[in-house]
Design a protein around this ligand. Structure first.
Ligand SMILES: Cc1cc2nc3c(=O)[nH]c(=O)nc-3n(C[C@H](O)[C@H](O)[C@H](O)COP(=O)(O)OP(=O)(O)OC[C@H]3O[C@@H](n4cnc5c(N)ncnc54)[C@H](O)[C@@H]3O)c2cc1C
Length: 373
């Protein structure tokens, strides 16, 4: 019998497992894929996560970038630099996620990869997780199985909208010359395209943030890759579900919690999901540890903490997104083109400012430009 079973070895699951093991708890981490596994994702990570970690994360970072370029329909370019102390981290998800799993293993977490949770059962105050390699029992259960996993539904949570995100990975034989993060608005409806170059790879992403999914992502990504000098034919296209945050909801139930993207914590303006995955993993481990110590409010407190620290700010991101992606052309002209736009983006990711500090000004600026006069 384990203290806790964590289903899913992405950043949310590995962080929860690590933090519980650090507190002396016995943890089983289940992952359906063979590790290391690739997760379709462009891999930009806010360096502010470093302050939450008690180990050196630098070996898992592919590169650090400051330069950003923006275009509107491949034209009207803007170049800018992040002014934060630390540049943006760019990671390869197979390497980054494996590094986090290794930290958990180092502290004694039992990891079983190639092992899917096939069903779960709550009986006699314990959870049983059935897999193709046998059944495992624990006092507590963590759903860390991402946007496409079944756990939230099995645990009885209301289903969240899952939209599709796309990644085109193009391996290069030579290192990327003068690597620059880039965003393209206007080529896709109510969404954007972007590229976060790795040292020897272009990683292009495409998401529609409002309405339905993108109609022909492969064409848009190929056009964008070509504009950036890449060869889409040489790349591999991946797609994956994306659960954008859409409101504060309970994230706890009987002796179980949702973390990371299983909890739909992804930023609806930027698709940033790694930072909230790690944040929620840390909070979930504290909650489970407190619950094991007899605190019967610990799991409810987890939902409350995620709502007050993440949800209550990210609701402002959702409001900006709903205006920006509806009036993208104006948003590009009066928002992105402002010299302060990149500065604010850097401050947001560094945790120096919050969406709430910006939202009213940004929304007024975009909708004010739309009104005649
Ligand atoms: C196109 C795209 C681009 C993105 N770009 C960025 C970015 O640049 N920066 C950023 O911060 N975020 C980005 N994201 C979001 C980010 O990838 C996710 O939010 C993040 O991976 C969530 O972490 P997680 O640990 O919650 O889930 P995941 O990383 O998805 O991990 C869940 C794990 O659970 C496993 N699993 C699922 N079902 C089962 C089962 N039944 N049994 C056992 N294991 C199971 C899966 O195999 C997986 O390994 C992007 C997403 C997309 C789609």
């Amino acid at each position: 019998m384990f203290d806790c079973i964590v289903v899913g070895a992405g950043p949310a699951g590995s962080t929860t497992a690590y933090q519980l093991a650090k507190r002396g708890r016995s943890v089983l981490l289940l992952e359906k894929h063979t590790l290391p596994r690739y997760k379709p994702c462009t891999g930009a990570v806010a360096p502010s996560i470093a302050s939450w970690l008690d180990f050196d994360i630098t070996p898992a970072i592919d590169q650090k970038l400051r330069r950003i370029s923006y275009t509107w329909q491949l034209d009207d370019p803007i170049e800018a630099e992040l002014e934060t102390d630390e540049p943006m981290w760019i990671v390869r998800r197979d390497i980054f996620d494996q590094y986090l799993v290794e930290q958990a293993t180092r502290l004694g977490v039992t990891v079983k990869d190639g092992t899917s949770a096939l069903s779960i059962k709550f009986q006699d105050q314990t959870w049983t997780v059935n897999t193709e390699h046998g059944s495992f029992v624990a006092h507590y259960l963590i759903a860390a199985d991402g946007a496409d996993g079944p756990m939230a539904k099995w645990l009885g949570f209301k289903s969240e909208k899952v939209r599709q995100g796309y990644v085109l990975e193009i391996d290069l034989s030579e290192p990327v010359a003068s690597p620059t993060m880039s965003f393209e608005f206007g080529l896709v409806k109510q969404g954007c395209l972007w590229n976060f170059p790795k040292s020897q790879r272009q990683s292009l992403g495409a998401v529609r943030f409002l309405g339905g999914n993108l109609k022909h992502p492969e064409q848009s990504l190929a056009t964008y890759a070509q504009a950036l000098g890449g060869d889409a034919e040489a790349g591999t296209l991946y797609s994956h579900g994306l659960k954008l945050w859409s409101g504060n909801r309970p994230l706890h139930t009987q002796q179980a919690l949702l973390v990371g993207e299983a909890a739909a914590l992804v930023d609806p303006m930027t698709a940033e999901g790694i930072r909230p995955a790690i944040f929620s993993g840390i909070q979930a481990a504290t909650a489970i540890d407190n619950a094991l110590n007899g605190d019967d409010q610990a799991l409810a407190n987890y939902s409350q903490t995620i709502h007050s620290i993440w949800g209550n700010d990210i609701q402002w991101s959702q409001r900006i997104a709903s205006v920006f992606f509806r009036m993208q052309k104006i948003g590009y002209r009066v928002g992105i083109k402002r010299p302060t736009a990149t500065k604010r983006l850097g401050q947001l990711l560094a945790g120096e400012i919050r969406y709430a500090d910006l939202a009213n000004r940004v929304i007024k600026r975009i909708s004010g430009s739309f009104l005649p006069g």
